[in-house]
Design a protein around this ligand. Structure first.
Ligand code: AVJ
Length: 318
């Protein structure tokens, strides 16, 4: 392996990121994992996406939580500990907490300890009686809940349609894992984006201001910086298409001309028009998500949607 001497000392290389990029760019159909979008710049771009006129999911889910918050919150078992898988902004969480001052604890689970600490500080200021017990963990792997929850029943919260980023079999395994962590008698509140007109979906992932394109291309910037890559950002274009057969939005980066790209010591050849598949965002119907939940050992209790039927929030129990 050759190491770029300019960057070798300055930048710590995440070996898992390098291994995943090598494998993904060596595959017959090139791909990269969407979890690598979220460096500092990518997280800021995602925040900007959530405010775009075309990107309906965030504001629609918040609208459902505003309209139905009391009903949804009332389904959480009395005195429950609420576990959030991958904590984002507190905007959605607050719409449940404000109706349930009796909760035993809030347990945000996230890979970023720094993010969790900042979030916990804000929540403790606004909900002084609520114990906030962050867990630094990758929620896709088994992890332990904090000691001290005692016999409190558990509830889970997984908003944002994050589940849509997982292949259906992975999504099923993840829901089953959440069940194992939360235990018998638990309730799980999940946000799920719904199938709709392809034009509406494609606009949400290919906005007129080009923010989603910058978010997608930032992955190449990140590879250049962290892995010593030499991607020419001007030679790749953002593409978002709804694959109706698979019921998913696909994001790709399309090579506009034939080229060779170097990452670390390896070279990867691209034909003109060849793509890197960077994200799938699966879209469900109320019925198809209910069936997935059942296969994962959960019983669908109630589902809520906005008046236009764009997005859904599901309560599952086991
Ligand atoms: C964070 C996975 C829910 O799929 O809508 C937004 C990510 N990608 N625009 C989604 C995303 C492009 C988002 N999730």
């Amino acid at each position: 392996m050759t190491v770029n001497p300019t960057f070798a000392e300055a930048l710590p290389t995440d070996p898992a990121f390098l291994a995943d990029v090598r494998a993904g760019l060596s595959a017959p159909r090139k791909h990269l994992a969407p979890k690598y979008f979220y460096d500092a710049a990518g997280s800021d771009l995602f925040e900007a996406i959530t405010r775009l006129p075309e990107y309906y999911p965030t504001r629609t889910e918040i609208g459902i939580l505003d309209a139905r918050g009391p009903e949804i919150a009332a389904l959480l078992p009395p005195g429950a500990a609420l576990v959030e898988f991958g904590s984002g902004s507190t905007a959605k969480l607050r719409r449940l907490l404000r109706h349930r001052p009796d909760l035993a604890a809030y347990v945000p689970v996230d890979v970023s300890g720094e993010f969790l600490a900042d979030q916990a500080e804000v929540l403790r200021a606004d909900f002084p009686d609520l114990p906030v017990l962050p867990v630094v963990a990758d929620f896709t792997r088994p992890f332990a809940l904090p000691d001290g929850l005692g016999a409190a029943p558990r509830a889970g919260f997984f908003p944002g349609s994050t589940l849509g980023n997982f292949e259906p079999e992975e999504a099923e395994a993840l829901l089953r894992q959440f069940g194992a962590i939360l235990g018998t008698g638990a309730m799980l509140i999940v946000g799920i984006d719904l199938v709709k007109d392809a034009g509406v979906l494609e606009a949400a992932y290919d906005d007129a201001a080009g923010v989603t394109g910058r978010f997608n291309l930032n992955l190449l910037t990140r590879i250049n910086r962290e892995l010593g890559g030499d991607f020419d950002l001007g030679a790749f274009a953002h593409r978002a298409v709804f694959n109706a057969q698979a019921s998913r939005i696909e994001m790709h980066l399309v090579a506009s001309v034939a080229q060779t790209v170097r990452v670390g010591g390896d070279r990867f050849a691209f034909a003109a028009g060849e793509t890197i598949h960077t994200e799938s965002s699966y879209k469900y119907t109320l019925a198809s998500f209910g069936a997935l939940a059942r296969r994962a050992g959960w019983e669908p209790a109630t589902a809520w949607t906005d008046p236009a039927g764009l997005f859904s929030v599901h309560a599952l129990r086991r």
